[in-house]
Design a protein around this ligand. Structure first.
Ligand code: GN1
Ligand code: MG
Length: 366
């Protein structure tokens, strides 16, 4: 494999000679490696999951558009364009991806030196920094008018998820539905509430903007002082509601346990982490958020967590086709842990909503 990896990596315009290629992180979707060279620059190298991303060339075009827009903003502010934005590395033929003999797609970008990433937001300060990072990312893109290709149609669209859900439940391909009536009821009981929210996006009351759509904390790079450098993993950038980004961040940051914790006692929503992120986020985002977006900000945490319950459970019923799993029950364990988090958010919802309102007033001196 290493020989094959080296061969593919050398199709890209990298500086120097490849010294080592090592796996990096534990993404559920793509395979990620670091390419070390004998020069200053190292590279992040990925095999994109073609079962999920059906149009990698368009995905790479989206990423380039977003990176270029951000780089222009960073440059105008006198920042470092190679550290405060992702830099794509093209192939020697000038393409943003390489397609190998097996039809697999590969892409590369510069590895940002001396950057730090975190698997969890352990302090309100770190959460605040992450909130600023996502708020700044969105505000830099708020004036981007060039449309992006809808790379994952229906990604955070609950109406689309229900269509998939209904179909999977009808098929029940691996006979797992029996014995899941409690879990299925968790999803069904909230169907109406979630669809009512999504209608606001469909009828334009909640606007559509450039969004990241996968704002887990490990998708932000920090410098060694703890300040945000840039937002990474741009595979899912598309036009949707910014509430998805706030909601997904809250789903991942505020969890006192793991996304797949098998001890549910560990799982709950940490309100201080919610507060930290909200403060950082609103500091950057009040400048462009509309009233309807602000009104549903706290709700978005429940929405995305709910969606994740549905997606994990749906994949379990479907026979684990989408997410990489480590055991037969992994997707079910994930479902239970995410549901516990959702319930914890529901219990704290009025405080969350109130905090968003107060915080927004504070930034607007109302
Ligand atoms: C996937 O790529 P990764 O592992 O950061 C998924 C997200 C889920 C997440 C759950 C394209 O993200 O939507 O929220 O797993 N990405 C895609 O941890 O489906
Ligand atoms: Mg990721």
């Amino acid at each position: 494999m290493t020989d094959k990896l080296t061969l593919i990596a050398s199709k890209f315009s990298i500086e120097g000679n490849i010294v080592e290629i090592k796996p990096l992180g534990e993404g559920f979707i793509n395979d990620t490696y670091i390419v070390k060279t004998d020069c200053e620059s190292n590279y992040l190298f990925q095999r994109k999951n073609k079962n999920i991303f059906k149009d990698v060339p368009s995905m790479m075009d989206n990423i380039l558009k977003v990176c270029s827009h951000i780089k222009a903003k960073v440059a105008a502010a006198g920042g470092d364009v190679n550290r405060e934005a992702m830099t794509l590395t093209s192939t020697k033929e000038g393409k943003l991806y390489f397609k190998d003999e097996e039809g697999e797609f590969w892409a590369m970008c510069l590895f940002i030196k001396d950057s730090v990433s975190y698997e969890s937001a352990d302090t309100p300060e770190l959460s605040y920094a992450g909130g600023k990072g996502i708020g700044k990312f969105q505000s830099m893109l708020a004036d981007m008018t060039e449309p992006l290709v809808d790379i994952l149609p229906g990604f955070h669209n609950i109406r689309f998820r229900f269509e998939q859900w209904d179909e999977v439940l009808k098929k029940d391909p691996v006979d797992r539905k029996k014995g899941l009536s409690k879990e299925i009821a968790w999803v069904e009981e909230r169907r109406e509430e979630m669809l009512n929210f999504w209608k606001l996006v469909e009828n334009g009351i909640i606007p559509t903007r450039v969004t990241h759509n996968d704002t887990k904390i490990n998708n932000i790079l920090f410098d060694k002082k703890g300040d945000v450098l840039c937002v990474i993993d741009l595979d899912t950038v598309l036009n949707s509601t910014v509430l998805n980004d706030f909601g997904d961040a809250m789903r991942s940051y505020t969890n006192t346990g793991l996304e797949d914790d098998d001890n549910l006692e560990n799982v709950s929503m940490d309100f201080d982490i919610f507060k930290g992120f909200t403060q950082g986020y609103l500091q950057e985002a009040t400048s462009f958020l509309t009233e309807s977006e602000l009104e549903y900000l706290a709700f978005s945490a429940k929405y995305i967590t709910y969606e994740q319950v549905l997606r994990f459970l749906m994949d379990y019923i479907d026979g684990d086709k989408y997410y990489k799993t480590k055991s037969k029950e992994h997707n079910l364990i994930r479902t239970h842990a995410q549901y516990k988090l959702l319930v914890s958010m529901e219990e704290q919802f009025s405080e969350m909503k109130m905090f968003v309102e107060d915080c927004n007033k504070q930034f607007n001196n109302i």
